[in-house]
Each structure stands twice: as C-alpha cells, then as structure tokens.
Design a binder for this molecule. Structure first.
Ligand code: NAP
Length: 283
C-alpha cells in the first residue's frame, strides 16, 4: 500500500480540484482524501487527476493511497445529485455511495472508506459499519474507519457490535478540544490510524507558542513543519489541504524534518519539545 504519513485533503477546492491534486502529487504527496459529498468535495475531479497522473506522469493508481467517505443524508446538499437513493436502507446507501465513488475515481478499489460521522442512531451507525465490512471483504475497499467521533465508547461499540475494529479515525485535532486526548490515546494503544484535520488552522495559539517558535528557529523550519512533525512523531497522520506549492513541498517532506523526541543534543530544543509534549500529549 502507498505511504500514508500525510494526506492531501481535497475539500472546498471546487473546479480547482484536478489541478491541485496533480500538483500535490507532483510535489510529493502520495495520499489523497475526498468524499462522495458534492457539498464540499469534487470526487469526480480527483478521478480526473488520477487519470492525468497515470497518463502524463506515469504515477500509477497503486502508488497512491486514495480515501473517500460515505456521507449520510444529513451531511448532503439535497439540491445536488446524491450518491445513493435516500429512501434505501442505510446498508444499501453505503454500498451505492462506494460504487459511485469507484466510478467517480475511475478505480476498481479504494484504499480506505470512512463513515463521515456517526449516523443519527447507534443501530444505523452499526448498519453502515457492517456495510463497509462487506465491501472490505469483497476487496473493493482496503481499510475502513470513521470521522468526527470524539467519544471512545462509539469506537468500542462498533468493535463489540461487529467483531471488527475500526482501522482509521479522522478527527478535528485542535486546541479547542485539547487535541482530542482520549480518542488519540485509544487509537495509539489499539493500533488505529488517527488522521487529524484543523491541525494548523485550529491551533493558532500553539503555533505561536514560544516552544514551537524556539524549535523552528533553532532547526530552521517553519512552525507549521514543526507542528506537523511533532504530530507525526506521536502517531498522528495529518491532513493538509494547502493550495500553495511551497507548502505542498514542505508538507509532503515533513517526515524528514529532523526533530527528535529522545536524544536531542540541543538542550534548549529538548526543553521546548518536552514542553509541547506536556501541553499537547500530557506526557
Ligand atoms: N472528515 C471531516 O469531517 C473533515 C472536515 C474538515 C476537513 N477534512 C479533510 O481535511 C483536509 C484539510 O482540512 P483542514 O481543515 O485541516 O485545513 P486545510 O484546508 O488544510 O487548511 C489549513 C490551512 O493551513 C495552511 N497551510 C497548509 N500547509 C501549510 C504550511 N506548510 N505552512 C503554512 N500554512 C500551511 C493552508 O494555507 P495555504 O493554502 O496558503 O498553504 C490553509 O490555510 C480537508 O481538505 C479534508 O480533506 C475532513
């Protein structure tokens, strides 16, 4: 499976989606996040980008991690075409949505499908989860998970109710929810990939924090690179939806940013890293 240390997010890009996804991949990203939700995403234009990458740049489908989502009716814009018939059962909706995603993306499989959030009731959420499991068993979907789930009990109930562990969680990770401590810890302890959004935009005070600034100055990185790298070093896979080519290069390369949690020689940097770890991860 393609590397997935940081993911290019395609929300809100509208008709610029194709050009930005091509540019993000040419600048180093190898993972792409979209959704079957026309309100915020143009999944069909991600598909167009995949075709261009293959035909014009010899970047094959299997070199990329492609992730999409099933969005329940409450999260859809009813004035636009839906990827399923809303009168169908939840299970049938999930199946139709994923089939529509495969058609939009022009691919026979996706690396991951996430429920965009828990549904209105736990039985509906479980029905949607079981439909994802069936798609995973068929080989059309490699990994399955859920977004916007801030209560560990929901993750446990999905596992207990279905016999299959959630494999990916995609959540808002920001200073307003104390960096989602409980869910992050649960994911770390249970080998679940935790994907973060709002990573930069949601933590302006953290980015301006003296410790982040100290590390950035001492190591010659930007505060954004420092925060993304610290997140990665704590098991988080950040999403970035940058539209700026310089930021694309910096973000795609963030796993090579030289910050150490242990064995840091520079005492000032070591103290600053420890401060951030205490503040964000309570370590
Ligand atoms: N599951 C969900 O419900 C959900 C919700 C929201 C988002 N998402 C996913 O997450 C993706 C990311 O969304 P997001 O809300 O985290 O925000 P975002 O769209 O990534 O925007 C974050 C901001 O960070 C800036 N930025 C990125 N890299 C930077 C760098 N190296 N240095 C300085 N600034 C940088 C961007 O500005 P520039 O453009 O100028 O670089 C942008 O203003 C979305 O596209 C979507 O795929 C999922």
């Amino acid at each position: 499976m393609a590397s997935c240390k940081i993911i290019y997010g395609t929300a809100w890009k509208r008709e610029r989606t194709t050009a930005l996804v091509v540019s993000a991949v040419l600048n180093g990203f190898r993972a792409i996040d979209t959704a079957a939700q026309l309100k915020h995403y143009r999944e069909d234009l991600v598909g167009e980008a995949l075709r261009i990458l293959q035909m014009e740049h010899n970047i094959k489908r299997e070199d990329l991690f492609v992730q999409t989502k099933y969005t329940s009716i409450g999260g859809q814009d009813h004035s636009q075409p839906l990827p399923y018939n809303p009168s169908d059962s939840v299970a049938k909706q999930v199946e139709s949505s994923v089939m529509q995603s495969l058609a939009n993306l022009g691919t026979s499989y996706v690396d991951s499908v996430l429920l965009h959030s828990p549904l209105d009731t736990m039985p509906h959420t479980l029905a949607a989860w079981r439909a994802l499991m069936a798609l995973q068993d068929s080989g059309k979907v490699k990994e399955i998970g859920i977004c916007n789930t801030y209560d560990v009990r929901i993750l446990k109930m999905l596992e207990e109710g279905s016999g299959r562990r959630v494999q990916i969680v995609q959540n808002r990770w920001f200073e307003g929810n104390y960096w989602d401590q409980d869910v992050c810890r649960y994911c770390r302890e249970n080998d679940i990939q935790y994907q973060s959004f709002w990573t930069l935009s949601g933590s302006p005070n953290l980015l301006a924090d003296a410790s982040i600034q100290t590390i950035a100055r001492a190591k010659g990185y930007t505060p954004a690179q420092v925060l993304f790298r610290l997140a990665q070093l704590h098991g988080i896979t950040p999403l970035s939806g940058t539209t700026n080519e310089r930021h694309m290069k910096e973000d795609a390369d963030v796993e090579n940013v030289d910050i150490r949690l242990e064995d840091e020689n520079d005492g000032q940097v070591k103290a600053a890293v420890d401060d951030i770890r205490k503040l964000v991860w309570r370590l």
